[in-house]
Ligand binder design. Structure first.
Ligand SMILES: Cc1cc2nc3c(=O)[nH]c(=O)nc-3n(C[C@H](O)[C@H](O)[C@H](O)COP(=O)(O)OP(=O)(O)OC[C@H]3O[C@@H](n4cnc5c(N)ncnc54)[C@H](O)[C@@H]3O)c2cc1C
Length: 405
């Protein structure tokens, strides 16, 4: 068993740091500044810390990814160049060491994803808050940041009325714009925009999509997985599985392709996914198998016997394929290898696992400091970057940077 190590409280450096937002990005920043000798005060709008982090742990806290660093860095897409220097300083290996230092063992799952052995987030969060306490960090809960006053102080709404605070360094780590009930309501965007800081509108990321299913498909398949398929949207193809929901589609393979599909839909007003229900067979092979005599078998049985397609895949074929195609093996084979799913729209932003959009990169220097507001830094999901699920989101929130003060 790993035991938590207690960092030695450093000598004070005479400076103060104020962290607003007690999610993973804010707590990591607090730990670093306290470790450098700053007197750190954390302000959090909710009655407790890390609510979204705890929610992330409900289905297994995927804290980082075990693939090689070069592949890992590609997951950050257009934001790679900005995040890379920080992820090289504090990437998957360092995150696992950091967990171990908190007494939390991790393992690499079969997909390469890294989880705490206990899967949950709560033991890690408890150990983390104990460490911050040991480092002298003070946390004020129910302190909701509403902006800056004329004197430049941060103003917080509390149950006892407004309070103000200032510090040598301010770290904003206010999260993205989904799952508002967990605290990240995205209202900070208006405050920053009023202060002249460019923010790009939130967009759902790692989200499901609505599809106009027939009642028949909903009755038959809602909640069923569609396994071992590929999904293609534009230049991107993803292999995996997804789930048919009452309103459309969701699940890991859909999340993995969601940014491309969302952007296609935003740009053109139309979003189409192409499914390959038999990715391990060539079109010729599928055609030949379907051309075997069907005898008295129903088409569903024929698809099961010749191609191993289950009832859900068969229902999907019936849902989107014209009747005349079903009776012609060559056309049916083409449909099975290229089944088009027309999406209506992404699911509402509040349901998304994460959000793109937020503080525009051009507003930040290489250390995440607001160029128009020296001494104030932005961290975590509130910056306009996105990454797929797989531990990349939390890894991106733990960015290590050098404060200028
Ligand atoms: C269901 C679900 C599962 C997920 N699973 C994973 C996973 O397995 N792996 C992974 O890498 N990522 C996962 N994520 C994403 C990950 O949890 C987030 O990307 C991460 O929590 C973002 O961290 P953050 O510190 O930037 O923001 P947040 O965690 O959102 O924290 C922001 C904090 O700021 C506070 N705040 C906001 N506004 C104010 C204000 N005005 N005043 C004061 N405080 C304020 C909020 O209350 C909150 O505590 C998951 C997300 C969800 C919803």
């Amino acid at each position: 068993m790993t035991t938590a190590s207690t960092p030695v409280k450093p000598a004070p450096n005479g400076k103060t740091a104020m962290v607003i937002g007690a999610g993973p990005a804010g707590l990591m920043a607090a730990e670093r500044f306290a470790g450098d000798g700053y007197a750190v005060t954390i302000y959090e709008g909710m009655p407790s810390a890390g609510r979204k982090f705890l929610m992330a742990g409900k289905s297994g806290l995927n804290i980082t990814h075990g693939e090689d660093l070069e592949t890992f860095l590609t997951r950050y897409g257009a934001s790679r160049a900005r995040l890379e220097p920080h992820l090289r300083k504090f990437g998957p290996a360092q995150i696992r060491d950091w967990c171990a230092g908190l007494g939390i063992e991790t393992f690499v799952g079969s997909s390469g994803r890294v989880f705490p052995t206990a899967m949950k987030a709560s033991p890690l969060l408890r150990a983390w808050l104990r460490r911050l306490d040991g480092l002298g960090c003070v946390i004020h809960y129910r302190h909701y940041w509403t902006g800056w006053n004329a004197a430049g102080q941060a103003v917080f709404k509390t149950p006892d009325g407004d309070v103000t605070a200032d510090a040598d360094i301010t770290i904003l780590a206010l999260g993205g714009g989904s799952w508002k009930r967990l605290g990240s309501d995205g209202k900070w965007m208006e405050i920053l925009m009023n202060a002249g800081i460019k923010c790009n509108p939130f967009k759902p990321a790692n989200c499901g999509f609505d599809i106009d299913w027939t009642d028949h498909l909903i009755d038959k398949c809602a909640g069923s997985p569609v396994k071992a398929v590929t999904l293609t949207c534009g230049p991107q193809t993803v292999r995996g599985e997804f789930v048919i929901s009452k309103t459309g589609i969701e699940g890991s393979a859909v999340y993995a392709i969601s940014a491309t599909l969302r952007d296609q839909w935003l740009e053109t007003g139309v979003g189409t996914l192409t499914l390959d229900l038999c990715p391990d067979r060539t079109l010729d092979d599928v055609t030949q198998r379907l051309s075997k005599p069907r005898g008295k078998n129903s088409l569903g049985n024929h698809l099961r016997k010749t191609l191993g397609l289950d009832a859900t895949k068969t229902a999907l074929i019936f849902e989107v394929t014209p009747r005349e195609t079903l009776n012609e093996p060559a056309k049916l084979a083409t449909a099975i290898k290229n089944l088009p799913l027309k999406i209506k729209k992404p699911r509402p932003i509040d349901e998304a696992i994460s959000t793109a959009g937020g503080v525009a990169w051009e507003e930040l220097d290489d250390n995440f400091q607001l160029i128009k507001r020296p001494g104030t830094y932005c961290l975590g999901e509130m910056i306009d970057w996105e990454a797929p699920t797989g531990g990349y989101l939390l890894s991106g929130c733990f960015m290590k940077f050098n404060a200028a003060v």
